[in-house]
Design a protein around this ligand. Structure first.
Ligand code: C5P
Length: 286
């Protein structure tokens, strides 16, 4: 086998809490993550010519190691003792870029999984996750996928019961967010409202979608700069008025999502949002 295809799923945060600044400059987190059916497709082909080459469809991605997928490939090849192995990858991009939905991290995780398949499963899932943590804080979760709690920098993971069946509408407003800046703002205002992670875990355990929807909470939303916070609230309002059981921002944003128990209402919400926003996605949990 010289070629494999991997789906790289986007993620949303059902909860996101920042526990505090660490000595290494990162923050300790406590998050409940969920993969959704919006995905990029990553195709990997082994080649004789050394080096990693990348072609992207649907977005203009960097060719060098600032692209997490490229960095992941080099790290994997070094880790398994094949640094001269050549690789070309094609990334069909559908997950929005810089959106709080882990698109780049998910592509990197797909590269780790795919290369491992191509080269004879040389590393365990645990080892792939550890390698992924060197690429980015969200990569270990993206290797695991599904419903999971992420602690530490994001690399201390435990799988959770699946999100009850529902439809999830994602909407990305068109403004950039600086992740380091949002972390700095959290450090300045550490006393804000916190998610009730225990209640979220209980809701998942009992398979109760309304309770999950009630517990959605992301501490970053309260520290967004004012015009952006209003835009996020506007999207949440449109989702709620269309019948979402709960709404929340994902990661460091700016993507906002709503959970629906009825498909027709989710479709209506997506139609309504599409009148004002170009990047709206109708998805399910995976
Ligand atoms: O690990 P990653 O490269 O995705 O992190 C990007 C930035 O986000 C870091 O440089 C840091 O500023 C911030 N970060 C953090 N604590 C985490 C994850 C990310 O402070 N747990």
């Amino acid at each position: 086998m010289t070629c494999v295809k991997e789906e790289a799923y986007a993620k949303i945060n059902l909860t996101l809490d920042v526990l505090g600044l660490r000595e290494d400059g990162y923050h300790d987190m406590d998050m409940v993550m969920q993969s959704v059916s919006l995905s990029d497709t990553v195709t990997l082909t082994l080649e004789e010519r050394p080096g990693v080459r990348v072609k992207s469809l649907g977005a203009d991605l960097p060719q060098d190691r600032s692209n997490l997928a490229v960095d992941a490939a080099y790290r994997y090849l070094e880790a398994v003792g094949c640094p001269k192995q050549g690789l070309s990858m094609t990334i069909e991009k559908r997950i929005p870029v810089c959106a709080g939905t882990a698109g780049g991290s998910s592509d990197a995780a797909a590269v780790l999984r795919g290369l491992n398949r191509l080269l004879g499963e040389k590393l365990s899932q645990e080892a792939l996750m550890q390698l992924g943590s060197q690429v980015g804080s969200d990569v270990p979760y993206c290797v695991l996928g599904g419903t999971a709690r992420a602690k530490g920098r994001g690399e201390v993971l435990s799988s959770l019961p699946s999100l009850p069946p529902c439809w999830i509408v994602l909407c990305k407003p068109d403004f950039p967010i600086s992740t380091p800046q949002l972390f700095r703002r959290i450090d300045q205002y550490p006393e804000g409202k916190k998610p009730n992670t225990k209640a979220m875990l209980r809701a998942l355990e009992h398979g109760q979608l309304p309770a999950v929807a009630k517990e959605l909470y992301n501490v970053f939303e309260a520290v967004l700069p004012e015009p952006q916070r209003q835009e996020v609230q506007n999207i949440r309002r449109i989702l709620s008025e269309s019948g979402a059981l709960g709404t929340c921002m994902s990661g460091t944003g700016p993507t906002v999502f709503g959970l629906f128990d009825r498909k027709d209402r989710a479709e209506q919400a997506a139609d309504k949002l599409q009148e004002a926003y170009p990047e709206v996605f109708f998805t399910k949990a995976v």
